[in-house]
Design a protein around this ligand. Structure first.
Ligand SMILES: [Zn+2]
Length: 467
């Protein structure tokens, strides 16, 4: 697609996202699907349920069971077969009541030919997002111009095999580019989760944050001071965390809380996701996990035997409780722990949320790509970087956790440099031309940097599971 055509296609996509849309006879009773929801030249739509029956689409794919990806999917679905991972299949049947006859769970890491798609093969790859989430690698010829876009592909009917990688929502890791289905292959289109495609979003690697939470929980349960430090110097890093209580009052509070006693740990989540933090904390404390029966039923859909083995229906047997994120605020957390009056001398809340870091003024808004990489890799995160939030007391402490299940800007950069791709198509924050323009500039910079490095070569990584 030329850049003119691409721009026109985006304009068309914005027009169909009209907030005031009402189904009428004239518009066929449905929204039109924007071009990036239907694969070029293939009768396949991804995360496109809000558009109903899309012209010529014969296979509907779902990357994961988060509501913004399955909008409009319900028990009334009858537009065609839905392909997804086993975990996602369980979740949409359980939560949305989608009829099993439409739902086709696929195995991970195995190329499967999808019926009625002109021979397109798909491979599911773990996305490193929420349970059940996956990337789809599609390989096949272009056989049809499906969808609503006026822009038609010139390759339909040609012999060329196209390869598209749809990332859904993902947290990019070296394991993605080293996956046997991807490694060394040219990817024609990458549909990228651009949630954090902006250099201000450079948060710590997920495995470090998970270990930090587990270590902190262990220390607090043992009554060891959470901020005893290596070499006498607190390892809090400027720039990593914004809600540090540096006042003397805060230090006093920390001291008072050192006394050992029965401590309840409470982790907040919304919908599915963040289970890894919960498991790591429960494992570190060697305890069970309690949540209400509605949440437990959802967790049991996720096909995670390790988590299933940790769940208990007895709140007093679980040293870790899983609650809605909104409960992790000091007043509501107090109400929550009061239910078990006298049982606990202390409650610790973990509030894993996306990134709340705001760029200090005067900092580098347009760093070079080598700077982005070296700066991110010189930082690390541990339990001492987790600090109680301002209104914490000796018996009730809330920790904000910079935990994201989306790629940081740094990770997107490493992913883009490590992979051989032809075109990157943003799938998030695409509503405004300004935002698309900014993201497009970074895609150009990645392309230029990759060329400078002599083509797609994996960026040196610090661990198997993070750059
Ligand atoms: Zn998601």
């Amino acid at each position: 697609m030329t850049s003119y055509k691409e721009n026109e296609a985006w304009k068309e996509a914005s027009a169909v996202e009209d907030r005031n849309f009402r189904p009428t006879k004239a518009n066929g009773g449905r929204r039109k699907a924007p071009f990036y929801k239907v694969l070029q030249g293939m009768p396949i739509a991804v995360d496109a349920f809000r558009y109903g029956t899309i012209p010529n689409v014969t296979a509907y794919f779902l990357t994961h069971a988060h509501s913004d990806h399955y909008t409009n999917l319900s028990a009334n679905w009858k537009s065609g077969p839905i392909y997804c991972s086993e975990g996602t299949a369980n979740l949409i049947k359980h939560m949305l009541g989608v009829d099993s006859k439409w739902v086709h769970p696929l195995p991970m890491d195995t190329p499967i030919t999808i019926p009625n798609t002109g021979g397109v093969q798909v491979t599911l790859i773990e996305a490193n997002h929420c349970p059940g989430s996956c990337l789809f690698l599609f390989e096949g010829k272009q056989t049809v111009n499906a969808g609503d876009s006026a822009y038609k592909s010139p390759y339909v009917g040609s012999a060329k095999v196209f390869r598209y990688l749809h990332c859904g929502d993902f947290r990019a890791s070296p394991q993605h580019v080293l996956h046997p289905a991807i490694k060394g292959k040219r990817i024609d289109h990458v549909y990228l989760d651009t949630t954090y495609l902006d250099p201000k979003y450079c948060f710590p690697p997920q495995p470090q944050v998970i270990s930090a939470c587990a270590e902190l929980a262990k220390r607090l349960a043992q009554g060891r001071p959470p901020d005893d430090t290596q070499g006498g110097k607190p390892r809090t890093m400027a720039g990593w965390f914004t809600r540090v209580d540096k006042s003397d009052k805060g230090k006093e509070k920390a001291k008072e809380s050192d006394a050992p006693g029965k401590t309840l740990f409470v982790v907040g989540t919304y919908s599915i996701g963040k289970e890894r933090i919960v498991k790591a904390i429960a494992k570190a404390l060697d305890t069970k996990v309690y949540c209400d029966s509605r949440k437990a039923a959802i967790l049991r859909c996720e096909n995670d035997p390790e988590l299933d083995a940790m769940l208990t229906t007895d709140p007093l047997a679980g040293g870790v409780h899983l609650v809605p994120l909104g409960v992790i605020a000091s007043d509501r957390l107090k109400q929550y722990v009061d239910r078990w009056k006298g049982r606990y001398s202390k409650v610790i809340g973990f509030r894993p949320t996306g990134w709340t870091y705001t760029q200090p003024s005067g900092s580098d808004n347009l760093p070079s790509i080598p700077t982005v990489i070296s700066r991110s890799q010189s930082r690390s995160f541990n339990y001492a970087n987790l600090q109680p939030m301002r209104n914490s007391t000796s018996t009730l402490q809330v920790y904000g956790v910079p935990y994201s299940e989306h790629s940081s800007f740094f990770e997107l950069t490493c992913f883009a440099l490590s992979l051989d791709w032809g075109r990157m198509i943003a799938t998030v924050n695409v509503g405004s031309e300004t935002s698309r323009g900014k993201m497009g500039k970074w895609v150009e910079r990645w392309e230029a940097e990759r060329k400078k490095r002599g083509g797609a070569k994996i960026v040196e990584h610090r661990a198997e599971d993070y750059w």
